[in-house]
Design a protein around this ligand. Structure first.
Ligand code: G3P
Ligand code: MG
Length: 244
């Protein structure tokens, strides 16, 4: 049965990539959360989507130019809604400390893309997962496939997913060539038949970002292992309706 992964937490109803959004995902019954990580000036893993803090906080500037404690002083909730005045940019450690007590899966997306290299980000993420003994509940994904290849060299077992928005030819074969174990395509990147073939070949497909009921139904019917959505509660309701 298709699992539901809450994109940046329950980003449709709560400020993205904050503890409030992650807690809400668990509260509504999601199977897992997706989050994004960047490296700070002092080498910490900050949970935030953009390379700057401009859109989601009351600060300005690049994540890489802040220390983690400087980032922590920013308000990461109010720009979403004044109902969330106390939300902060979490450090990955904080999320994993909480997640350890839940049964949730965690999809960590490495944001070492475009001009951002973040050397050592793969090692740091792995160390954190090992410290919390959470490797078996983790999926590492990125649009930076060279980084994913590096990750596979560091760990032979962890679930690694290629993120892509293009219409790749037989993406499961491409995934195999770099040691990835699953596919995180944009919703328009794969046909139902491709999803079926990939799942049959043991390459789970977890498309993003699926927010409307029509696409949720289609992808559940197509047999996706999971869908990544800003609205986990809606996706769970669709699943229940299809089951009854
Ligand atoms: O991991 C799925 C999705 O998060 C990829 O895109 O830009 O929302 O991080 P983005
Ligand atoms: Mg993401």
């Amino acid at each position: 049965m298709t699992k539901i992964i809450a994109h940046r937490g329950s980003a449709g109803t709560h400020p993205e990539n904050t503890m409030a959004a992650f807690r809400e995902a668990e509260h509504v019954g999601a199977d897992g959360i997706e989050l994004d990580v960047h490296l700070t000036k002092d080498g910490k893993l900050a949970v935030i989507h953009d390379e700057t803090v401009n859109r989601t906080t009351n600060g300005k500037g690049h994540v890489k130019d802040f220390t983690m404690s400087e980032l922590h002083r920013l308000d990461a909730g109010s720009s979403f809604s004044t109902e969330f005045p106390y939300e902060k940019i979490p450090e990955l450690t904080e999320v994993l400390t909480w997640l350890e007590q839940t049964g949730l899966t965690v999809n960590i997306e490495l944001k070492n893309v475009f001009y951002l290299d973040y050397p050592g980000i793969e090692e740091k993420v792995l160390e954190e997962l090992e410290r919390f003994d959470l490797k078996s509940r983790a999926i590492i994904s990125s649009f930076n496939h060279l980084g994913l290849y590096r990750m596979r060299k560091l760990d032979p077992m962890i679930d690694i997913a290629i993120l892509f928005s293009e219409k790749l030819y037989e993406p499961w074969k491409y995934a195999e060539s770099l040691g990835a174990t699953s596919l995180h395509p944009h919703v328009y990147s794969m046909t139902d038949e491709m999803i079926h073939t990939s799942e049959q070949q043991n390459y789970p497909v977890r498309p993003f970002t699926i927010n409307d009921e029509m696409h949720m139904e289609r992808l559940i019917h197509a047999g996706c292992s999971a869908i990544i959505t800003d609205y986990p509660e809606r996706a769970i309701a669709v699943k229940e309706r299809l089951r009854s």
